[in-house]
Design a protein around this ligand. Structure first.
Ligand code: CA
Length: 238
């Protein structure tokens, strides 16, 4: 069965181009041109991925993303027209999995779509494995002082309290934890955590690090766990 993609874009020529290129890759594509129809289509059809424009008539992409986030775990790739929207797009409030800034190439879009679908597949497989290992009561837990990462449950706790993390924040934290003490460049993090096989936009890493710090650092303004390496990237100190 081909993977189902919902395209939400009100500009007819771009919508047509997106549908054409995604169908050419073998995806099962449905397209709508406004936010309310996007909600209806997502609920009716449970797509494997949603490509969501921000500026839409009726309900905008931010609202659509916020609502769907509460209802389903589908990867959402947002299309932004302005750089200053990016923080909101990947921020906690909206919580898109990835974004592209217009104008973008179809090659870039297809690479992101593929990466998100692959990531969702890996998470599903991991969830499947969790069920098996849980019955065996084998928990793989990484501990750093008051911070615990239970890789079996995909659950992070700080001083015994569960820290709510989005899937990509969790993946990033585990990646840091597995490379404790190493300087990690933004490009390397992008490649390994986001699965981008080309130089992407490293601000994605910065934004996610900022959100992670707000959740796991005592003082996000002077981080002790995830430190910035000047001119380099980041290093997880534990
Ligand atoms: Ca638009």
């Amino acid at each position: 069965m081909p993977e189902k993609i919902l395209v939400v874009e009100d500009e007819p020529s771009l919508q047509e181009t997106l549908v054409y290129n995604l169908e050419k890759q073998g995806y099962d594509v449905q397209a709508v041109g406004d936010g309310r129809l996007a909600l209806e289509a997502a609920r009716a059809r449970t797509p494997d991925l949603i490509v969501l424009d921000i500026m839409l008539p009726g309900l905008d992409g931010f609202e659509v993303c916020k609502i769907l986030r509460k209802e389903m775990t589908v990867p959402i790739l947002m299309l932004t027209a302005r750089d200053d929207e990016i923080d909101r797009v990947v921020g906690l409030e909206v919580g898109a999995d990835d974004y592209l800034t217009k104008p973008f190439s179809m090659r870039e879009l297809l690479a992101r779509v593929k990466a998100q679908l692959r990531r969702a597949q890996i998470i599903r497989e991991e969830m499947g494995k969790i069920k098996t290992t849980e019955t065996e009561e084998l928990h793989k837990v990484l501990t750093f002082g008051t911070l615990s990462i239970d890789q079996t449950r995909r659950e992070v706790t700080q001083e015994g309290q569960v820290v709510p993390l989005k899937p990509q924040e969790y993946n990033l934290l585990v990646f840091f934890a597995e490379h404790k003490g190493q300087m990690l460049s933004r490009e390397f993090i992008l490649e390994r955590v986001w699965g981008w096989d080309y130089i992407g936009d490293s601000r994605t890493v910065d934004v996610h690090v900022r959100w992670l710090r707000q959740k796991i650092e005592k003082d996000a303004a002077s981080p002790e766990r995830i430190v910035t390496v000047r001119g380099g990237g980041y290093r997880f100190e534990g």
